[in-house]
Design a protein around this ligand. Structure first.
Ligand code: SF4
Length: 335
C-alpha cells in the first residue's frame, strides 16, 4: 500500500530522530546561547524505546516507506544505537537504511553500525580548517576527528559516503572550494546546503544565504561542472559532476529552488511526534497510542489520516509572513 498526501506525494522516506541531544553546538542548528547548560533536554523515559521505534517503523513501511534515515541531535550519543539499526534492518520492505552524524564519534562506532546492517552514511563537515570548522560547531572539535570518522566509515565498508556542508555567507563560503578539492576523486559526494530558516533560534537572514547558483558558479570556476539527472524522483540534492570525471557534488536548494513538489519525507521526533515537514510548527503525537495499548491497526489508521491530509510546502510559500513562525527545531527532528 502506498499512502498519498493531498498533493499526491507518496510517503517514502522516514527520518527518525533518536535524541534531541548533541555534543556539538553548530551555530545554524543548536546555538549555545539557547541550548546552553540550563536547556531542558528530553528525559530518558520521554524518549521512544528502540522497540517502540521499530514497531512504528514497521507500520510506516506498510504505508510505503522504503528509506529510513537515523538522525538526531547527534544519533551516536544515544547508547547501543547498533541494536536499533539491527532491528530496523530486519524489517521487510526497508530498502535503504542510512544515518546522518557529525562524525565525531564514528571511529568508535562505524564497524558496529555496519555489522548491524547500516548501508551508508552522511557526515556533516562545514569546513576543512580548524578555525572555521570550530567556529561553526562551537564545540572545540577539530576537523581531524571528523576526517578520522569518515576514514572509519570507509574501513567499515559504508558506501556511498556523503558529506553535508551548510554554507553561510561570510562564515564558511570562502572555504567551499577547499572542501570540493579535498573530496574530488575520492568517491565521497559533498552536498552544499543553502543556509535554512529552520526552527526559531538560528538568527536566519536571507543575506546570509549563498544561493545554489552562486555555489555552483564558484566551484565551476575552479573545477568545471555539468548537471546530472536525479537518481530518483524526490532526491533532495541536485547533482553536478566534474567534467573531468573526478566525481560529483550536490546542492540542497530549499531557499532559492524549493523542491516541495516531490517531497516524500516524514519525520519522527525522539518522543514520538510525527512531523510532515522540516519547517513544521506542530507534530502528531504517536506515543500515547504506543503506551496506552493501541493496536497496530489503530496506529496505522491514524498515521494514514495524518499523511493523507498533509499539504506542507513551506519552502514554496516562505515569505515575510512565515519567518516568525514558531517552527520545530531541526536539532529535534533531524535535517
Ligand atoms: S519544506 Fe517541507 S514540504 Fe518542502 S521539501 Fe522541505 S520538508 Fe518537504
Amino acid at each position: 500500500m502506498t499512502t498519498l498526501d493531498s498533493f499526491g506525494r507518496p510517503l517514502r522516506d522516514l527520518r527518525i530522530s533518536v535524541t534531541d541531544r548533541c555534543n556539538f553546538r553548530c551555530t545554524y542548528c543548536m546555538p549555545r546561547e539557547v541550548f546552553g547548560p540550563g536547556y531542558q533536554f528530553l528525559q530518558r523515559d520521554a524518549l521512544l524505546t528502540y522497540e517502540e521505534i521499530t514497531r512504528l517503523t514497521r507500520i510506516f513501511v506498510e504505508h510505503g516507506v522504503e528509506k529510513i534515515r537515523i538522525t538526531g541531535g547527534e544519533p551516536l550519543v544515544r547508547r547501543d544505537l547498533d541494536r536499533l539499526i539491527r532491528e530496523i534492518n530486519e524489517i521487510p520492505g526497508v530498502l535503504d537504511l542510512t544515518l546522518t552524524t557529525n562524525g565525531s564519534l564514528l571511529r568508535a562506532q562505524a564497524q558496529k553500525l555496519a555489522d548491524a546492517g547500516l548501508k551508508r552514511i552522511t557526515v556533516s563537515l562545514d569546513a576543512l580548517d580548524d578555525e572555521t570548522f570550530m567556529a561553526m560547531n562551537d564545540a572545540g572539535v577539530p576537523v581531524s576527528v571528523v576526517l578520522d570518522g569518515i576514514a572509519a566509515a570507509q574501513e567499515a565498508g559504508l558506501a556511498p559516503i556523503k558529506v553535508n556542508a551548510v554554507v553561510k555567507r561570510g562564515v564558511n563560503d570562502h572555504k567551499m572550494v577547499d572542501l570540493a578539492r579535498h573530496f574530488r576523486g575520492s568517491g565521497i559526494i559533498v552536498r552544499f546546503i543553502e543556509f535554512m530558516d529552520v526552527g526559531a533560534t538560528n538568527g536566519w537572514q536571507m543575506e546570509h544565504v549563498v544561493p545554489a547558483r552562486e555555489i555552483i558558479d564558484r566551484i565551476d570556476a575552479e573545477f568545471p561542472l555539468e548537471p546530472v539527472n536525479p537518481n530518483y524522483t524526490g532526491e533532495v540534492a541536485k547533482r553536478w559532476r566534474y567534467r573531468d570525471g573526478h566525481g560529483e557534488i550536490g546542492v540542497i536548494t530549499s531557499i532559492t529552488e524549493p523542491f516541495c513538489g516531490a517531497c516524500t519525507r516524514a519525520r519522527l521526533s525522539p518522543e514520538g511526534e510525527l512531523y510532515t515537514c522540516l519547517f513544521g510548527t506542530r507534530g502528531h503525537d504517536l506515543r500515547p497510542f504506543l503506551r496506552n495499548g493501541a493496536s497496530d491497526r489503530e496506529i496505522s489508521d491514524f498515521l494514514g489520516t495524518v499523511w493523507r491530509a498533509r499539504d506542507d510546502r513551506y519552502s514554496e510559500i516562505r515569505s515575510s509572513e512565515t519567518v516568525g513562525l514558531k517552527k520545530v527545531e531541526m536539532s529535534h527532528i533531524g535535517g
